[in-house]
Design a protein around this ligand. Structure first.
Ligand SMILES: C[S@@+](CC[C@H](N)C(=O)[O-])C[C@H]1O[C@@H](n2cnc3c(N)ncnc32)[C@H](O)[C@@H]1O
Ligand code: SF4
Ligand code: SF4
Length: 458
């Protein structure tokens, strides 16, 4: 690198401080670095003086014990590293051009095998749709077996990767297990999301063998908390099902819907699921209100508590919780119509499994093949190419390309459109991304007067 070349900083960057470290974040290019006090001294000199040579001269006056050659060398290596990462720029700032990379075919399809259920959980998003389902029962017949098989073959041929059998309670449909076996033979991954009440000695071994993953809903390790949300006498039965499936060799994920009732029990439920029940993973899923009705919002947990509890989970489990991952990729949308779509029991195709709404129906598998719906539905292609910069509030947010804008189903349920976002969880989402940036900075160059820890997003 030429020492007389102008070194350019991002036109705008944020600086956060923690325990003697500084995290500098360029939100336009989504690049961040973590530097120590010495690193900051070099950066400040560079910002003031413009070139490596001038910054070296300036620092030589501040640190007379070093020769100017030594200092220039240190500054040169430092700048080269930060330029390589993409934080500093020789001559002029190079802004990255982002490509959306959306897929024509979703990787995941949530297939609702029935809308009927043997429970009536307080938060269930299906509940909001019950009236619609009741009307559909009268007008829309379920898909026939042949129509299902055609759909599975089409999904496999198009390159769909995974079918998630859900509902209602998917095990209420006697065809579910046979269908899953068929899909698996076609080479796709198969998962089931179940409340666990219909797992028995008779079907557990077959379930364990058929499904790559079995997701079971357990809202708390405490019976009273779980039953407050999912109904009386359900806790013990779910535990029995989980143990039975584990005994048969199944891969089991425990899923909890997080509301104000169980937010304080996340770490203990997580520990219980993984250590006592020997489950393979645990997912705390945030409650998604099914409508803008204030009553539906009462169940939401306090954002502050949610954040604290997720952090506490790391200590209780003695490991970093999923919220702070070691990898990060850019997100321009939540995956609606792109990473996933939803299909109702009557064959109606929707852009998301949380948005089975009449006005968002993209077609029906009883009338058209999957490929045609994916290709021809104007709504599907509009949502597939949805970009966070189309969202009025998110467009201004420094964390937008890391966040992707949160759940668009929530946005739609509040505003009735996808383009506004007064997301309740923004503060939480921003803190989460910042925390992730701090944790993702890893040791890079060790040495005097150089940054010690630096990393960047891709
Ligand atoms: C609709 S259920 C269907 C499968 C099965 N009946 C069960 O409860 O696991 C699918 C998943 O969505 C979760 N769920 C239901 N309503 C929700 C909501 N409003 N917000 C977030 N997750 C919800 C359930 O706990 C379950 O894990
Ligand atoms: S068991 Fe599943 S589908 Fe049934 S009410 Fe509960 S969350 Fe909804
Ligand atoms: S944190 Fe909030 S405002 Fe920022 S991108 Fe995410 S949803 Fe949008």
């Amino acid at each position: 690198m030429n020492k007389n070349e102008k070194i350019v900083f991002p036109p705008r960057y944020n600086c956060y401080e923690r325990e003697g470290w500084h995290l500098l974040y360029d939100p336009l290019n989504v690049v961040w670095i973590r530097v120590n006090r010495d690193g900051m001294i070099i950066l400040e000199a560079l910002k003031q003086e413009g070139t490596i040579a001038n910054a070296g001269g300036y620092l030589a006056k501040q640190f007379p014990l070093e020769t100017i050659e030594t200092i220039e060398k240190i500054v040169g290596a430092y700048v080269a590293n930060l330029a390589n990462i993409g934080f500093l720029h020789p001559v002029e700032y190079r802004q990255k051009k982002w490509r959306h990379n959306y897929q024509d075919v979703p990787s995941d399809i949530y297939l609702m095998m029935t809308h009927q259920c043997n429970l009536k959980c307080v938060y269930c998003y299906n509940d909001a749709d019950r009236e619609q389902f009741r009307q559909m029962d009268e007008t829309e017949p379920e898909m026939s077996k042949d129509q299902y098989l055609q759909f599975f073959e089409d999904a496999a041929a198009l390159g769909v990767e995974r079918i998630l059998f859900t509902g209602g309670e998917p095990l209420l449909n006697p065809f579910t297990l046979e269908a899953a076996r068929y899909v698996r033979q076609l080479g796709l991954k198969v998962e089931i999301i179940t409340n666990g009440l219909m797992v028995t000695e008779a079907n557990a071994a077959e379930m364990a063998e058929t499904f790559d993953y079995i997701s079971i809903s357990l809202d708390s390790f405490k019976p009273e908390t779980h039953e407050k949300m999912r109904g009386k006498r359900t806790h013990q039965r779910v535990l029995g099902s989980i143990l039975l499936l584990k005994e048969k060799g199944a891969t089991v994920r425990v899923n909890s819907v997080i509301t104000g009732n169980n937010v304080g029990e996340i770490p203990e439920t997580w520990k219980y699921a993984v250590e006592e029940l020997k489950c393979d993973s645990y997912t705390p899923s945030l409650y998604a209100p099914g409508s803008s009705d204030p009553e539906a919002w009462e169940l939401l947990p306090e954002m502050e508590t949610l954040w604290k509890e997720k952090k506490r989970a790391g200590q209780v489990l003695n490991k970093v919780p999923a919220v702070v991952t070691k990898t990060s990729s850019l997100r321009f949308s939540c995956g609606i119509a792109n990473g996933e779509i939803g299909i109702a029991y009557d064959g109606s195709v929707y852009p998301c499994h949380l948005l089975h709404k009449p006005e968002l129906k993209c077609g029906n598998l009883k009338e058209k093949r999957l490929g045609e719906i994916l290709e021809k539905s104007e709504l599907m292609s509009r949502l597939r190419t949805f970009h966070i910069d189309q969202n009025q509030q998110c467009r201004e947010c420094d964390f937008r390309y890391l966040c992707g804008g949160g759940c668009l189903a929530m946005t739609y349920n509040i505003h009735g459109n996808f383009y506004e976002n007064r997301h309740l969880y923004c503060q939480y989402l921003k803190e989460e991304h910042l925390e992730r940036m701090w944790t993702m900075t890893v040791s890079d160059i060790a040495g005097r007067n150089t940054i010690e820890k630096v990393q960047h997003g891709r």
